[in-house]
Design a protein around this ligand. Structure first.
Ligand code: BDR
Length: 317
């Protein structure tokens, strides 16, 4: 990243062990990213837990200076679906994390998104979304003037070729708040989606987890323990040699987009059918004339991805 300008990020997250990995990747790449703030989302678990989990991760990484805002306690229209069956009863099980000394920042996550983008120069802020898109969608609805000022939205969301993980057809982040995902896809802001189609290629094999554990700092081994907890569900389900590591695909894409490949296509979210609610209908072959609204990433190089993660983890305490 030498010579390149830092990206100013707003992170949307409901961590989640895989999102802990994404947050650590971002913090370890401090030459590339400046984190303006984190908005905790209701998703993998309720909002009070996700706020606390964000604060704990920052405490472990020695970055309690980054403000954490509480987002909306629920999706725009629907009841909250959570995923403690994957992430554990705290939403981030697998390791004893330090109790945070810092408190959530005052004000709502939605107001933070709006104010930060309004105050910034056009193109200055990039949205890094690891979670359901509720808070960004609410910000775009309340303050449509922010849309043309956002540099881009890079989101772990959706699935098409790999089908779903929370229902047979829907990926969790989109299923939790399909209306929010559709609002974001219709906003006119450049969107890149990192769906299950690519995250399912990024398997956290034993060898890769051992390499994290061997780093010998605080964050590497803690992350390996967290991922060892959450992988149980996926290993049982898929029978693969490791679990998919979703979240870090977002910062990895921003750090080195050449690791990935995809296409500009139309992606629309199913919101009417109870059977396929939250499905991201990806027009990969341009069968319709619906306008292209997303760069849809379909594949990536797992070796380079884990090398990047490892390099970032090494730079943390
Ligand atoms: C997404 O769902 C969540 O449970 C994970 O943290 C990730 O954001 C994957 O579908």
């Amino acid at each position: 990243m030498t010579g390149r300008q830092k990206r100013n990020l707003i992170i949307l997250t409901d961590p989640g062990q895989d999102q802990a990995a994404a947050i650590f990747m971002i913090l370890g790449a401090s030459e590339a990213f400046n984190v303006k703030g984190i908005v905790a989302t209701a998703g993998n678990i309720d909002l009070s837990h996700t706020v606390n989990n964000c604060l704990k991760l920052l405490e472990l990484a020695g970055r309690s200076d980054i403000p954490v805002y509480a987002g909306s306690p629920r999706p725009i229209l629907r009841d909250l679906t959570t995923a403690e069956h994957v992430h554990g009863p705290t939403g981030l099980d697998g390791v004893e994390l330090p109790e945070p000394k810092s408190r959530p920042a005052p004000g709502s996550g939605v107001a933070f998104i709006i104010d930060t983008i309004r105050r910034a120069d056009p193109g200055e802020i990039t949205i890094c979304s690891l979670s359901p898109l509720t808070n960004l969608a609410l910000a775009l609805v309340q303050a449509p003037d922010i849309a043309p000022k956002i540099n881009s939205i890079v989101a772990m969301a959706g699935a098409y070729f790999e089908v779903g993980n929370i229902t047979p057809t829907a990926e969790f982040n989109v299923y939790v708040d399909p209306e929010a995902a559709q609002i974001v896809l219709g906003s006119g802001v450049p969107v890149t989606l990192l769906p299950l189609d690519v995250t399912h290629q990024m398997l956290s094999t034993r060898e890769r987890l051992n390499a994290m554990r061997a780093i010998g700092n605080r964050c590497g081994p803690a992350l390996a323990d967290m991922l060892t907890f959450s992988e149980r569900f996926d290993l049982d389900k898929y029978g693969w040699e490791g679990a998919p590591l979703h979240g870090p695909c977002v910062p990895a894409y921003m750090l080195d987009s050449e690791i990935f490949s995809g296409r500009h296509i139309n992606v629309s979210v199913e919101r009417g059918s109870p059977l396929t609610l939250g499905m991201t209908v990806a027009d990969w072959w341009q069968i319709t004339d619906r306008p292209k609204n997303a760069f849809y990433v379909r594949s990536g190089d797992a070796v380079r991805y884990y090398q990047l993660l490892q390099d970032c983890l090494k730079r943390l305490p």
